[in-house]
Each structure stands twice: as C-alpha cells, then as structure tokens.
Design a protein around this ligand. Structure first.
Ligand SMILES: N[C@@H](CCC(=O)N[C@@H](CS)C(=O)NCC(=O)O)C(=O)O
Length: 208
C-alpha cells in the first residue's frame, strides 16, 4: 500500500485518482502545506519543499512530483490501458503531453498561489497572479491546437492524460474560462470524470 500525503483538491487528487483506476491500494493523509501542525511537520520531514503530492512507498521510499509518481504507478500495472505502452505509436505524444502538465501549467499555480513569495509589492503580486492565469490560458490554447480526433486526449480510450486534465481544469481560472480556449480538452476532462471510480475521487476532493 502506498501512503499519499495530500490535501483536498490539490495535485494529490491526481495520484488518488490513478490509484483508484489502477486498483492500487493507498492510504491518504490530509495535510494542507500552508497550515501549521503535526501533519505539516511530518510532511516537511519527507519533503522539505512542503508540497503535495508526496508519496511514501511500501519500502519507505519517498516520491514527489506528480508525473514521476504516475509513471511509477503505471509501471506497476503494465497491462493497463491508461497509457500507451513503450513502442506504441501514441507513446511520444503521450509523454509530451504528460510532462507538459507539470512542466508548463502546474508551476503557474506554484507562483500564482503565493505571489508574495516572489514579489513584495501588493500591486505587483496582483499583476503576477493575473499573468499566471494568462499563461495557463495560453498553455490550454496550445493543448487545444494539437488536440487530436478525440473524444479523449489520445483518441477513443481514456488515459491518465484525461485524468490530469480533469484535475487541472478545476483550478483557476476554472472550466468556463478554459472552455473558451480549449473546448475539446475540457470536454475530454469532463468525459473522464464520468468514469465512476474517477467521479468518486473528484467528489471527495472537490465536492458534489
Ligand atoms: N511539481 C510538483 C508540484 C506540487 C505542488 O506544487 N503542489 C501544491 C499543491 S497542488 C503545493 O503543495 N503547494 C504548496 C507550496 O508550493 O508551497 C508536482 O508535480 O507534484
């Protein structure tokens, strides 16, 4: 069993969702990194950056970075249809998109959630936060420009890309605004959420 340190609606939702879909057993420890208390101190001991998802494997190995954790989980379930296997013609597109989420989009929240970490002036903080939103919109626009035939990111079958999209499209600036620049990608995210096991995790993390 893996132990997931996470907080409701955070990137840990992604890891919970992939565990659920793969049938991987997991235990969840709720910890909001920006609060104080014993749970945060346990997280700090595992991950000095105080970020979630942080995962502890059965042998005590600590993993951070959502995509590393997802790839590790996929390796444990080589027969899964949640990712095209090595050698599959869709593999390059899969890897490109999988890494794009945490490399291009996720950091906009690392900056925009805590603008006071980066600039002191209040007006500059507001400007910085808005700039991250604009960049998120551009990134989703780029995804849409390269979106294939659908209905999911890689075609007929849902993969972890759709799961990633389901979580990220729930973040700032929200689906209605993202739909304006990336209607097919948002539709794939919403279609993925209809999967009963994913719906369960989404409801637990985002409500309703
Ligand atoms: N690169 C990391 C980013 C993780 C991350 O930024 N998580 C957010 C929550 S969604 C967090 O813990 N933020 C607290 C902080 O950065 O101080 C990943 O892909 O897992």
């Amino acid at each position: 069993m893996v132990t997931i340190y996470g907080c409701k609606g955070c990137g840990s939702t992604l890891v919970e969702a992939v565990c659920e879909l793969l049938g991987e057993e997991y235990k969840r420890i709720e910890v909001a990194p920006w609060e104080s208390g014993p749970a945060v101190e346990s997280l700090r001991a595992l991950n000095p950056l105080l970020q979630v998802p942080t995962v502890v494997l059965e042998d005590g190995t600590v993993m951070t970075e959502s995509v590393a954790i997802i790839l590790w989980l996929l390796e444990r379930h080589p027969d899964t249809e949640l990712a095209p296997p090595p050698g599959d013609p869709r593999r390059a597109a899969f890897l490109r998109q999988l890494v794009f989420f945490p490399a291009a989009i996720y950091p906009m929240y690392t900056v925009g959630d805590f603008p006071d970490r980066w600039v002191k002036d209040k007006a500059a903080q507001k400007e910085l936060k808005e700039a991250t939103v604009q960049r998120v919109l551009s990134c989703w626009g780029a995804i849409e420009a390269g979106f294939g035939q659908g209905p999911f990111f890689l075609g007929e079958r849902m993969t972890v890309l759709d799961v990633y999209a389901a979580v990220l499209t729930r973040w700032r600036p929200g689906r209605d605004r993202l739909r304006e620049v990336a209607p097919r990608a948002v539709a794939a995210a919403e279609r993925a959420e209809a999967h009963p096991r994913l719906a369960l995790v989404i409801a637990r993390n985002f409500g309703g």
